[in-house]
Design a protein around this ligand. Structure first.
Ligand code: MYA
Length: 429
């Protein structure tokens, strides 16, 4: 999940978004207290990193239990079937994540779902649906994809769990734990004993937490839908002028990424991510899948990636960046039915390896400025980024504002020391 976050001044002054306030202690998490996850009280203590529980494959049930509520049943979805992909799209469009005030709801496109759920190594049995037995209507969903995840020195074979969704009419019936236990069983059956997942809400207990930042591209529309406030003492005209961008990019050698760039981008990305405490370990197949737009997978474009080719170094690729499209429905707004948001995705730059902090800050600002120009050209309304990687080095200069949303990162059945969200701009650590 990506938490829906709005630009907010009040929330920053008072501390946190409502979803982030911890109103429940461990004992009241009736489900999570039974699971192999760290408790809040242990989350900040130094630990030896490793699995929490050893799973005995012989004790993993081979079949799903009958679904917990009469009149409903499990159904493994076939997302190579256009109609079933469309059913997941419909469920999420009407029932997936909303912000605290129910102003916006994520509207993942079916292209996005096709891309995100059929990543290299995807398995049909990790696309789990629940249907009403008689009407065959899809009422709940949870998914996993396989990822190789490095947490500091250890590389884990994990599943990444996402798109947990229950129809609004079936909420608060303790069905989420039923779905989570079933996806857990299906991972165990495959010998996968760890998982990574993210959520806007606070659960026991995050391994890291990032804040969302937003950079207005179409300020007037964001103001009209209630996403951006008009700061006291400013005017609409001044806000529009503040976020104006040039028509063309400035970095010499910048061009769209192509399939022929995959190996060079993988090399750069691997070296860059090796400096982070936690990151996915990519194969070249995964880099191609996640970064190169392919209209066979995404009839509607989802990912935009650019590389910098240095003519002075024989055409060497020195940098790349990418962003993806995730729209949100503006609930009940006929003038502006959706917000088109670009989310900063992966990037890397050779400058990160020079040890020159000032040069890195300058380079990233140049690259991200161009990313904003390109996103504006591609008709996005807002550009979002988290406080991870080296993002804190450019967020302020590129006129991002802090949002009211946070994104919590969780590991299932793995104990790890807390990872500070983002890089301290002062120390670059
Ligand atoms: S995060 C996106 C989640 N989806 C949405 O927010 C969409 C809109 N909301 C809904 O569809 C429902 O409200 C959901 C809850 C389905 C979220 N992650 O059935 P309930 C716990 C984990 O009565 P409902 C994403 O997709 C809650 O704390 N647990 O509640 C990543 C409580 O337990 P406890 C959650 O509102 C998902 C229990 O469920 C979440 O009807 C990663 C209440 O159940 C949540 N987002 O349904 C899942 N929300 O009493 C974990 C609520 O203990 C994967 N709960 O506090 C773990 C790894 C598994 C694989 C392991 C392999 C090794």
């Amino acid at each position: 999940e990506q938490m829906l976050s709005k630009l907010s001044i009040a929330d920053i002054l008072t501390g946190m978004a409502a979803s982030q306030r911890n109103t429940k202690d461990m004992a009241s998490h009736k489900f999570w207290q039974t699971q192999p996850v760290p408790k809040f009280e242990d989350a900040m203590k130094p630990v030896e990193e490793g699995p929490i529980k050893v799973i005995d494959p012989a004790r993993v049930p081979k079949e799903a239990p009958p679904f917990a509520v009469q009149g409903f049943e499990w159904d493994t979805l076939d997302l190579t079937d256009e109609g079933q992909l469309q059913e997941v799209y419909e469920l999420l469009t009407h029932h997936y994540v909303e912000d605290d005030e129910a102003m916006f709801r994520f509207n993942y496109s079916s292209s996005f779902l096709n891309w995100a759920l059929k990543a290299p190594g995807w398995r049909k049995d990790w696309h789990i649906g629940v249907r009403a037995t008689t009407s065959r209507r899809l009422v709940a969903f949870i998914s996993g994809i396989p990822v190789s995840l490095r947490v500091r020195k250890n590389t884990l074979s994990c599943s990444e769990i996402n798109f947990l969704c229950i129809h609004k009419k079936l909420r608060s019936k303790r069905l989420a734990p039923v779905l989570i236990q079933e996806v857990t069983r299906r991972c165990y059956v495959q010998g996968v004993y760890q998982a990574i997942y993210t959520a806007g809400i606070l659960l026991p207990a995050p391994v890291s937490t990032c804040r969302y930042f937003h950079r207005s591209l179409n300020w007037e529309k964001l103001y009209e839908v209630g996403f951006s406030p008009l700061p006291a003492g400013s005017t609409k005209q001044r806000q529009i002028a503040r976020y104006k961008l040039p028509k063309e990019t400035e970095t010499p050698g910048l061009r769209p990424m192509e399939t022929k760039d995959v190996d060079a981008v993988l090399d750069l990305l691997k070296r860059y991510l090796s400096r982070m405490d936690m990151a996915q370990e990519f194969s070249s197949e995964e880099v191609a899948h996640w970064l190169v737009h392919d209209e066979k997978i995404c009839p509607e474009q989802v990912v935009w990636s650019y590389v910098v080719e240095d003519a002075n170094q024989g055409g060497k690729l020195t940098d790349f960046f990418s962003f993806y499209c995730l729209e949100s429905t503006v609930i009940g707004n006929t003038k502006h039915p959706t917000i088109r948001a670009a989310y900063l995705f992966y990037y890397a730059t050779e400058t990160a390896f020079t040890g020159d902090q000032k040069a890195l800050k300058e380079r990233l600002n140049g690259l991200m400025h161009d990313a904003l120009v390109l996103a504006k050209k591609a008709n996005f309304d807002v550009f979002n980024a988290l406080t991870l990687l080296h993002n804190p080095l450019f967020l302020e200069d590129q006129k991002f504002g802090a949002g009211d949303g946070q994104l919590n990162y969780y590991l299932y059945n793995y104990r790890a020391n807390y990872i500070q969200g983002g890089v301290d701009p002062k120390t670059n650590k």
